[in-house]
Design a protein around this ligand. Structure first.
Ligand SMILES: NC(=O)c1ccc[n+]([C@@H]2O[C@H](COP(=O)([O-])OP(=O)(O)OC[C@H]3O[C@@H](n4cnc5c(N)ncnc54)[C@H](O)[C@@H]3O)[C@@H](O)[C@H]2O)c1
Length: 251
């Protein structure tokens, strides 16, 4: 893994108790950033902190449900209280209601409030602090379902398309103030979210066959892109939905 030179920077990661968020929290720490690890799963979140500390990095745990404005405000406030600033934010917490009817109001509302409204509220609070710092970098987790449709998940598809739109809006709004805003659009990645697919041999081989590289992605392969997008190496990149999918939507 490359060191992206984030020494002295402060990074916040939502959905950091496992999967892509945990991998990103570890990658931020490896590049020298202090990391605020945020999620609704306390035990696993504290485990992410321990993993960072065991590797010689610095992290603290902050419980945050991204469907709550006040908890998001408290989360961003915690980074500032602890370390005086916020430089990088990875708005990654999300849910996938695979197998449930997302045209049902209650499921639609969950998908939109966590996956889309949660990202908007995070951006709103993070940008306020970053403007005081003189800039920063935000990355939001969309999906290939933010760029192409799938027939079964209206809530997920709409929320992830919304994240791409919001990313472009925020990038334009703060382009001159030094805040870059990008998104990652993962294909199918092996995480707790996709465990039901991974553990079913038929579904697994279906996904493999739909991915030109013939395999699932790894959380670290998304984390690498996130930290790069937050680093000075990406200083002219903003408003970009970066596809990381082994070629799945290339045809
Ligand atoms: N795994 C994939 O194939 C894949 C593909 C495309 C996009 N994504 C997106 O990547 C992101 C991370 O997913 P993952 O695959 O690592 O799955 P995951 O289930 O391992 O991680 C999601 C994390 O978000 C947390 N979370 C859920 N609701 C929350 C809330 N209200 N507030 C705070 N945290 C909450 C969960 O506790 C969990 O730790 C999600 O936004 C997901 O939609 C995943």
């Amino acid at each position: 893994m490359i060191d992206y030179g984030l020494e002295g920077k402060v990074a916040l990661v939502t959905g950091a108790s496992g999967g892509i968020g945990r991998a990103a929290a570890l990658a931020f720490a490896r590049s020298g950033a202090k990391v605020l690890v945020c999620d609704v799963k306390d035990e696993e979140g504290r485990e992410t902190v321990s993993m960072i500390e065991a590797a010689g990095g610095t992290a603290i745990w902050q419980r945050c449900d991204v469907s709550s404005s006040s908890e998001i405000k408290a989360m961003v406030g915690r980074a500032v209280d602890a370390w005086g600033r916020l430089d990088c934010a990875f708005n990654n917490a999300g849910v996938n209601l695979l197998g449930r009817d997302e045209f049902a109001d209650e499921n639609w509302d969950v998908a939109i409030s966590i996956n889309l409204t949660g990202v908007m509220r995070c951006i709103r609070e993070e940008a306020e602090v970053m403007l005081r710092n003189g800039g920063g970098a935000i990355v939001n987790t969309s999906s290939i379902n933010g760029l192409v449709g799938n027939p079964n998940q209206p809530g997920y598809v709409a929320s992830k398309h919304g994240v791409v739109g919001l990313t472009r809006q925020a990038a334009l709004k703060w382009a001159k103030e030094g805040i870059r805003v990008n998104a990652v659009c993962p294909g199918v990645i092996e995480t707790p979210m996709t465990a039901p697919i991974v553990s079913d041999p038929q579904l697994r081989s279906l996904v493999d066959s739909m991915t030109p590289m013939g395999r699932f992605g790894k959380p670290e392969e998304i984390a690498e892109a996130v930290v790069w997008l937050c680093s000075d190496a990406a200083s002219f990149v903003t408003g970009h939905p970066m596809v990381i999918d082994g070629g799945a939507i290339a045809f």
